[in-house]
Each structure stands twice: as structure tokens, then as C-alpha cells.
Design a protein. Sequence first.
Lengths: 167, 167
Amino acid sequence: MSFILKRCSIREFKDIAIEPEKITALLQAAMQAPSAKNQQPWEFIVIDDKSILLELSKTSAGSWPLKTATCAIIPMIMPSELSPHFRVQDLSAATENILLEATNQGLGSVWIGIYPLEDRLSHVENTLRICGDAHPFSIIALGYPLKEKAVLTRFDAKRVHYNKWGE
Amino acid sequence: MSFILKRCSIREFKDIAIEPEKITALLQAAMQAPSAKNQQPWEFIVIDDKSILLELSKTSAGSWPLKTATCAIIPMIMPSELSPHFRVQDLSAATENILLEATNQGLGSVWIGIYPLEDRLSHVENTLRICGDAHPFSIIALGYPLKEKAVLTRFDAKRVHYNKWGE
């Protein structure tokens, strides 16, 4: 089974640091994502400072996994004039690549949505003193999973249509 | 090397049909994507009718790969009240999963952006007689690659920051 089918959200982590070469693999995967006109409208912040992770865990109701995460990656959405309407899609592909490579590396992860919600953006931007045209797009909490989690298959044949829409 | 690093856009395809079990694998990968509050705001149209593929190749300047594609998948973005602001991100993760599983299956693929551009939406919706609240999100052209393509590594260490933004 490919790691695409094994990926699931992991929200509790062991107190074991992630090897630096694994973080590099996650960042390589992120930057290998496709982007509209190859604009690559992204930068990345790696957070392994526990006090910052704790502050970021207050961003939203779903941010509590950052309390036990040993690391987080924040993809930043950057200005681009090449194809601005597709920047969110580009950043989403990069985020998904990080989640999948984490699974491939034996790590757990969960995607915490930030952009475009104003209250979440301002909490993260205040915490990291981000200003200007760059914005935090998401936070990916990372770590070794506290528990194994059974994989749920979400495939639903009723959602597939052939050569036409409907029925 | 994981297939995440091997994926690249393929725009010319051999005239060889894709096995149905490979299409199923792509759809399984798509529906295994994460989504906000697990809302799964997606359905999928599989197109293997050559006359429809040809008509869809006129959608945008970048849609010509559909002329030689033997198949295309159109993820549809569906209404959802759970977390509507994150539907584009959910659909992007599903699209990226299809591209990656295609690479894993030895297939070539390219992501053709549709949503939210009005002219592209109306061409696809007119071609497939789509109306109402469901919209085509992207078109993924698929097929066996006409040529091998060298993998370009896009990793750039200058785009990585640690525990703070800037410098």
C-alpha cells in the first residue's frame, strides 16, 4: 500500500526529536510540488522551539496538537504576479507533499488551516513577528506518533462519474 | 527516491489506454486526501471519451495536453457548510494526490487549473452541462508519457527559516 493511502491525521506525539535529515526530506518534498506557471510562491519556517510551539497551539480550536509536536513547519504564501489566483492551490500541494513525506518517513502529522482566516493569521503573525505581504498559510504539526492509528479508507464509488456530470 | 520527488508535469502522451485498475487507484488516492473537518467536499468525473477530451483541450492556453491525453479526471468542488473557506485547499490536496499516485503508477500527468477563473469554468461547465452549486476545480490530463523527462530538483535552502521569519 502506498503511503498516500496510509496518511492520516496524528494529533499526539512522543517526546522524541525528529532527525534533521527527515526535516530536510519534508522540505524537499514541499518544494517539489507543482505550482501554476512554476511560480513557487512559497517559503518555509521550521519551528522546534518548544515555547513557540506552545504559543502557536493557541491559534485555533484545532491547534492543540502543537502542544506535544516536537516540530512544526509553516509554509508561507508569498506574493507572485505570475498566477496569483492559484497561489492557494500551490501552497496546498506543498502542504500535502509534507504530510505524505512525513508518513513515508514514519512521522505523524496534522494540517492546521490558517489562511485566509483573519483571527488565525493575526495570532501566528503576532507570535512570529511577521508583517508585510508574506502570510502563514498553514501549520503542519509533526512528531513521532504517540499511538498507532488504524487507516480508514475513504473511497466512495458513488462520488465517481464517467464522461458526464450527474446520475 | 520517493515518487514525490519524481513527479513532474507531463504534457504529451502515447496512444495507449490506461488500465481501469490504475484509474481506480488514482481515485482512491484522491479521496484519501485530508480535508478540513473531514468534509470531503468532492466528487470526480473521469473522462475517456476522445471527443470530450478534445473539446476540453480548448479550455485555456495550457489545456492542449488534453489533445493527446487518453484520460482526464475532473475533481468537482462541492458545497459544504462544515468549513467552506478551506474547500479549495481540500480539493488541491485531492488533486495533488492524483498526480502523485499517477507517478507511482508509471503514468504522466499535468494539473490544469480551472477554479476560480470564470472563463475556464464556463467552458468546462458548458462542455459537460454542469449547472448548480458544483464546479469543476481542475482538470488532470493523464496518460503514458510520450518521452522520459529528467527530474529537476527545486529545493532551495534560502527559502527555509528557523524559529523566526526573515533573515
